[in-house]
Design a protein around this ligand. Sequence first.
Ligand code: CMC
Length: 428
Amino acid sequence: MASYVRAEIVEEVTEGGFPIQTGTLGPQAVDIQSLYARYGLLAYDPGYRSTASCKSAITFVDGDSGVLAYRGYPIEQLAQHSNFLEVAYLLMFGELPTGEQAVRFRDDVRQHNLLHEQVISFFRGFRRDAHPMAVMVAVVGALSAFYHDDLDIGDPDQRLNAAIRLVAKMPTIAAASYTYSTGRPLRYPRNEYDYAANFMQMLFGMPNQDFVLDPVQARAMDMILILHADHEQNASTSTVRMAASSGANPFACIAAGIASLWGPAHGGANEEVVKMLMEIGRPENIPKVIARAKDKSDPFRLMGFGHRLYKNVDPRAKVIQETARKVLAHLGLENDPLMAVAMELEQIALKDEYFIERKLYPNVDFYSGILLRAMGIPTKMFTAVFAVARTVGWVSQWLELHNDGTHGIDRPRQLYVGKPLRNYPVGR
Ligand code: CMC
């Protein structure tokens, strides 16, 4: 297990008289809530590089040491020994479930995995070539028009019910977004399968034949879901929390999270990685791409490289790379040209001064696309798979915000750099 020791605890009050808050792990935080009231000054931190936007007890990341833990459990151990629904329970409720709690939770999720038949009719309104993420944003947002009994966010039972509904329905919605684009009939969930396997049967099953589950691929999908389940206050999670802070309904909050996740700097990167590797095509073309990534006049970035927090190897990337190798071997794809290009690219980048200086390592998306592609998941579904997994993190953070009840509306300030006040030119 990774050992992690907090850096020395500094004084409890800064020279300016601001209290210092100390968490369980990670850097301490200067509490500047009274800064404006006392000094008329704002803190300027675009991109929140030095800002703790909330207190949270869910996920811990130490990017310098490459540590990621859900409720204290290192991600490597969860990926190896747990399963997605157990991890979902852990994230949502704080502890691993007892046997009885696990069965009840699984049954609750199964009970809610169907879509209202009128929700299904929404899919037909989209163009067949619509991106699954576009469809997911819309359909998840539309759920708020169906579950009026879950919209009282002041009621803890309704909050929990909405959270479970979202976790339960997300694979059904994601799979339907895909099957609709192929022209195949939408598949219903099947409760004899576990969460990940059920997602796969909805993605790939055909109505005219039995679905044959490959346990190796189902386990790989379960692990992909575990690895992507939460990642503390990333862009999409912060989006969910900000929407939640206004009291917005849970379905609208998660729809906002999906929209944020879609961006290529966030969850959309796995799709971009595969596009990039395909464009590179052969190892001989790698130096050109590295040169482009280093060229400051070129907006191109090496997709799947770098992370705001990880200045060391992303622990998820290690697990994914290993699983990708196993699944490729299982499928007889040991010589997958994309994998060969990715491994060569990683080696070259890791020895390059530009990437070393900036501490740019492969992130979770670098190998996840190769794995998903090998499993037959089409490129445009990659981020949708990420969204299915991250829904658990989003609802856990959403529950935490509301269960705490002390977090008011998020309302950042700004440094105004526009025109000074001026008179409207009357009669111009
Ligand atoms: N390729 C080339 N240069 C890079 C890259 C990259 N992938 N990432 C960062 N840099 C450079 C950047 O140009 C800057 O250089 P300089 O100091 O000379 O101006 C320096 O490294 C620091 O970059 P930054 O933009 O300040 O870093 P950030 O923390 O704002 O951005 C990031 C993090 C993930 C958005 C960025 O590394 C990136 O765009 N990576 C590619 C997209 C990607 O793989 N995203 C998936 C992230 S992991 C999954 C998830 O959490 O959603």
